[in-house]
Write a protein of this length. Structure first.
Length: 406
């Protein structure tokens, strides 16, 4: 029997398939939906994070007042011990004095009461040196107005949601005056909306000059304390070597050893390693979920094929009496099993696409790549073919005389 004849024969049998076969197809559909949706969301999240990390240039690093050593390891991502300290303006000056460091920007982050035309809100306030906009010029783009300049006081640059949503129906414009902790600030710049599902909170950003922030939060901070320090290196400098020099300088300032440091210097390589560790754990977890759904679908498919052999014993006897070989019978049942998998895979893909469109409307990042589509189709066919091997061989081994008597 030719392969095409076996294919059309198997297809004809599926057209008159029993309810059990269609229930089996539903099992395959569920398995494919789990596979496609999980992989599409996983790749979407990874792509989103990587695109946002690209704003953090390869020649940039920042210092935070907590020791995050070991967070790049999968085994210590959860519950890793950390040591907190305080960064100061002296640390920023020390970092700026290191050969290879091009620019330094200090930042203070604190929450404050914000009032505009009798409407109030509580929001994080970012007080930074004016050169912070040079660090993130590709990320913090202006919709209107300008950035504040070095030495300016009493001015503010706001995120897009501050303009349109923070104060209800009241719209903040260039030249508007908002009050932060009872001090007036004139709006000189409004940022474009940040791109990406994970950047919505950044649209509520309020940036003021560093000296204003130092004055506003003097009671909440230690003398000359800063929350974060951004560093930009000259091109072609070894970032790891610069990181070591910065760590040595600040450890000396804090009078601690490098092993017991109460701060961390974060480089692009470190960020990528942490993201990679997180996605390794996430991928492993999602793989387990996918395997469970695949096993359930495979068991259902195997059950259907075994029952098909029992129900069609006489038909198998007739085929053998007409000259069909064991290989022909095996091929027919294998093709039927693979077709069930293929049909379930295609239906699962279509439903997955609808589901992904739905979740995307809720801000979930999704990336349905050609690789995922091909994998889903191959996966469904292989599940059908592999599960159908044993029932197909069972059918092929039936004795034609006994089969005709049934």
């Amino acid at each position: 029997m030719r392969v095409e004849d076996a294919f059309w024969y198997a297809l004809q049998n599926l057209r008159s398939a029993s309810l059990r076969s269609w229930l089996t197809i539903i099992g395959v559909v569920i398995g494919v939906i789990a596979l496609v949706c999980i992989m599409a969301v996983s790749e979407g999240v990874e792509n989103e994070i990587n695109s946002q990390l690209s704003a953090f240039g390869s020649n940039m690093m920042f210092i935070v007042p907590v020791n995050v050593q070991g967070l790049s390891s999968v085994t210590t991502l959860v519950g890793a011990p950390s040591t907190s300290g305080k960064l100061t303006e002296r640390d920023a000056l020390s970092a700026a004095s290191i050969p290879g460091i091009k620019e330094v920007s200090r930042m203070i982050i604190n929450r404050a009461s914000v009032v505009f035309k009798n409407a109030s809100a509580t929001s994080p306030i970012y007080a930074a040196d004016a050169n912070v906009f040079d660090f993130f010029q590709d990320d913090m783009k202006l919709e209107s107005g300008r950035y504040f300049r070095e030495g300016e006081r009493g001015v503010v640059v706001i995120g897009n949601d501050v303009k349109t949503r923070m104060f209800g129906k009241k719209t903040v414009e260039i030249g508007s005056v908002i009050t932060i902790n009872k001090k007036n600030f004139r709006v000189v710049g409004i940022l474009e909306k940040f791109k990406g599902s994970f950047r919505q909170s950044d649209d509520a950003m309020i940036l003021i000059p560093y000296d204003d922030g130092k004055e506003l939060f003097s009671k909440q901070l230690a003398k000359n304390e800063v929350t974060m320090i951004y560093l930009e290196a000259y091109e072609n400098y070894d970032m790891n070597e610069l990181k070591e020099r910065v760590e040595e300088k600040i450890a000396s300032n804090h009078k601690v050893s490098l092993d017991d440091k109460d701060f961390s210097v974060i480089t692009p390589d470190f960020v990528q390693s942490v993201v990679g560790s997180v996605f390794l754990m996430l991928s492993t977890f999602l793989l387990i979920i996918t395997l469970v759904s695949s096993v359930v679908a495979a068991i259902g498919l195997a059950n259907t094929m075994f029952m098909a052999v029992l129900e069609r014993t006489r038909e198998i006897g007739v085929l053998k009496a007409m000259g069909a070989t064991e290989n022909d019978i095996t091929l027919i049942f294998l093709l039927e099993s693979a077709l069930i998998g293929l049909i379930g895979g295609l239906i699962g893909l279509a439903l997955s696409y609808v589901i992904l469109l739905f979740v995307q409307d809720f801000g979930v990042p999704v990336l349905l790549s050609l690789k995922i589509i091909i994998l889903a189709v191959v996966f469904s066919i292989l599940v059908g073919a592999i599960v159908g091997v044993v029932p197909a061989r069972q059918a092929a081994k039936l004795d034609p005389v006994e089969a005709l008597r049934s």
